[in-house]
Design a protein around this ligand. Structure first.
Ligand code: TPP
Ligand code: MG
Length: 271
């Protein structure tokens, strides 16, 4: 995909996310907007996958360990053709398949997530299975920085390095905020890259809202042998909507009508 198309795709996904959150009065808009460039790059550039054959055995696997941003995954899966775009309007409505966290009854979703610290453990297990079966497919897993407070993340990291899982690429959405404030106030991560390096990871630090950075980081990860990679993706929570950027309360803030109109206007003017 050309860079111009990738930028337009990311912008369209941002509009879908904002619309889903506005219509449902639910969702986690801030962390969806920080992560969406990562998902856009994975699904449009990096991963081998077939929307018309969701269970293709050779597909790369993606696990959204920060499962609360389900709407960003639903939006990108609809864009790719795993589900009808019209279904996005049912997000978080009674009876919808598009519940507030990833639902593996939907094509393209590998596992249900939402309990922080859980997805990454299963992603490590998937990567071990790929190694045992001598497969070429890769596993990608997106985590939050607040999620790093879960002890199971570090058990997973230790196992990933122990088993030399170079088929595993973890991405850390380092937006600096979690549910109620900054990560440094709630549970400080400090120099998180040093922790992952000490655990045996290849760490690549990038601007996680920059497509050139994302594409080259995934390429480095693919070419790294003998150890897993952590992409430390510095992002902005609420990225693309001026009044949401870097504001903790937009973690799961609900948009009013005027705010919705302003958000869409800003996004429309950005491309
Ligand atoms: C085990 C567990 N504890 C608590 C929560 C509630 N919770 C949902 S989102 C969130 C904050 C996550 O922050 P972060 O990982 O930084 O997400 P992001 O900023 O990317 O949205 C919390 C504590 C949860 N989903 N799972
Ligand atoms: Mg965060």
């Amino acid at each position: 995909m050309e860079m111009r198309e990738l930028i337009q795709s990311g912008n369209a996904l941002r509009q879908d996310i904002v619309t889903m959150c506005y219509a449902s009065k639910a969702g986690h808009v801030g962390g969806s907007l920080s992560s969406i460039d990562i998902l856009n790059t994975l699904y449009n550039v990096e991963m081998n996958h077939r929307p018309d054959e969701p269970d293709w055995p050779e597909r790369d696997r993606f696990v959204l360990s920060k499962g609360h941003v389900a709407e960003s995954l639903f939006a990108v899966l609809a864009q790719q053709g795993y589900l009808e775009k019209e279904e996005l309007a049912t997000f978080s409505q009674f009876g919808s398949r598009l519940i507030g966290h990833p639902n593996n009854k939907i094509d393209g979703i590998e596992m249900n997530t939402g309990a922080l610290g859980h997805g990454v453990c299963v992603a490590v297990g998937m990567a071990i299975a790929g190694k045992m079966d001598d497969k070429d497919w890769r596993v990608y897993c997106l985590m939050g920085d607040g999620e790093q407070a879960e002890g199971s993340v570090w058990e997973a990291a230790m196992a990933a390095a122990h088993y030399g899982l170079d088929n595993l690429c973890l991405i850390l959405d380092r937006n600096g905020l979690q549910i109620s404030g900054t990560t440094e106030d709630v549970m400080a991560l400090k120099d998180i890259h040093l922790k992952y390096e000490a655990f045996g990871f290849n760490v690549v630090e990038i601007d996680g809202n920059d497509y050139d950075d994302l594409i080259s980081a995934f390429t480095i990860a693919r070419h790294t042998k003998g150890k897993p990679t952590l992409i430390l993706a510095n992002t902005t929570k609420g990225k693309g909507v001026s009044f949401m950027e870097n504001i903790a309360s937009w973690h799961h803030g609900v948009l009013g009508e005027a705010q919705y109109e302003q958000a869409i206007k800003e996004l429309e003017e950005a491309v």
